[in-house]
Design a protein around this ligand. Structure first.
Ligand code: UTP
Length: 297
């Protein structure tokens, strides 16, 4: 019997250089997507998959994140006095979502290094990793499918998404073999940000993982890779290369809606798409957007 996945780790300590200067004083995970910071969507996703124990790996400007999930008594009192229950509910929701723990990464030495910091909190259990700037639409569940696959296969599970071949250099790419299930592949190799001609497939790693704890031992000896950073992909490659290490690596192919809010163009698209689907904003946004696009040459 394998241990159940109970804990989520959210790395949010990257420098976010693509978003400078907005990220000089604010982590990119705190940038608002319509009216919630990106990281709140990610915590909500974790809770929807029954993972209410959430460890955030934070960097500089950490206070913005912890303050967001904390109580702000004077704000609550003010809204109470005004009888504005709707806004009050929204404020309270962000602070009652989950049991959130914080750990500093220290120097941002890469995603692999950030995940390695979670060892003492996670211990010897399989655990989920959700990147704090990568949003999966709540209507297209992914994490619960990955957790079920982890339990079924007793292996490490990554999320994969088909991208255009000219985009694969922005992601980790997977070499795969088919399994008995159409949406699950066996991962036989992984390469971080390959040139299009070197990519083993156009299946890109996206920001959800369900990892076996053996990853911590591997990360301890993972040398800096692409960009001089300790890459999670390199540690996963070692797990994929040898099924004896921890049961190998499988990929769940995600075909739903995903928004990479760490990228400026995708961030803008995310706001428009999510606002469009909302009852309070969509009806006014839609005709405006139609009119706006009609006037673009
Ligand atoms: P990115 O690859 O998006 O890097 O990190 P970045 O440094 O944050 O952003 P840019 O490229 O400079 O704009 C992927 C995820 O890993 C986290 C980030 O916060 C993000 O959620 N991360 C990355 C860490 O927590 N620590 C690191 O050292 C690096």
């Amino acid at each position: 019997m394998t241990a159940r996945v109970r804990k989520a780790v959210i790395p949010a300590a990257g420098l976010g250089t693509r978003f400078l200067p907005a990220t000089k004083a604010l982590p990119k995970e705190m940038l608002p997507v319509v009216d919630k910071p990106a990281i709140q969507y990610v915590v909500e996703e974790s809770v929807s998959a029954d993972l209410t124990d959430v460890l955030m790996i934070i960097g500089r400007n950490k206070n913005a994140i912890s303050n967001h999930f904390d109580r702000v008594t004077e704000l609550e009192l003010n809204l109470q006095k005004k009888g504005d229950t709707q806004k009050l509910e929204r404020v309270v929701k962000s602070q009652e979502l989950a049991d959130i723990y914080y750990l500093r990464q220290g120097d941002p030495k890469g995603l692999g290094h950030a995940v390695a910091r979670a060892r003492a909190h996670v211990n010897n259990e399989p655990f989920a990793v959700l990147l704090g700037d990568d949003l999966i639409d709540a209507r297209d569940p992914l994490l619960s499918t990955m957790i079920a696959e982890q339990e079924k296969r007793d292996a490490t599970i990554i999320a994969l998404m088909e991208v255009e071949p000219d985009q694969i250099h922005l992601y980790g790419a997977a070499e795969v073999e088919a399994t008995d299930s159409e949406d699950v592949v066996k991962v036989t190799g992984l390469v971080e940000k390959p040139a299009t001609e070197d990519a083993p497939s156009n299946l890109a790693i996206i920001g959800r993982y369900v990892l076996k704890p053996e990853v911590f031992d591997i990360l301890e000896h993972t040398e800096p890779g692409k960009g001089g950073e300790i890459q999670l992909t390199d540690a996963l490659q070692e797990m994929a290369a040898d099924d004896d290490v921890a049961g190998g690596v499988y990929g769940v192919i995600f075909r739903g809606r995903r928004y990479d809010t760490g990228d400026r163009l995708d961030y803008i698209k995310a706001i428009v798409q999510l606002a469009m689907d909302r009852d309070d904003l969509g009806p006014a946004l839609k005709p405006w957007l139609k009119d706006f696009t009609d006037n673009i040459d």
